[in-house]
Design a protein. Structure first.
Length: 83
């Protein structure tokens, strides 16, 4: 199992792709039984703070792990250290 994860952020403007990433992340977190927070953020200052140049993006505990595309569930699992 991965180290304790406190927060997963899905960052983007709220477009359909961003919403799909949020859905995939929530589904994977639920399947794995993780208790971390899953947050959807449309905050441009937060995206700038994290150095995100393309959305949608995923950050785990403040570290960007994916950006600019919609990942498959397996990719999210790998990013969480589970696959």
């Amino acid at each position: 199992m991965p180290t304790a994860i406190n927060k997963i952020e899905v960052l983007g403007a709220g477009c359909a792709r961003c919403q799909e990433v949020h859905r995939i992340v929530r589904q994977v977190v639920e399947e794995l039984g993780l208790t971390c927070a899953v947050v959807k953020s449309e905050s441009y200052p937060r995206m700038i703070e994290l150095g995100i140049m393309a959305t949608p993006a995923i950050a785990i505990d403040g570290k960007v792990v994916m950006a600019g595309r919609v990942p498959k569930a397996d990719e999210v699992r790998r990013a969480l250290g589970v696959a």
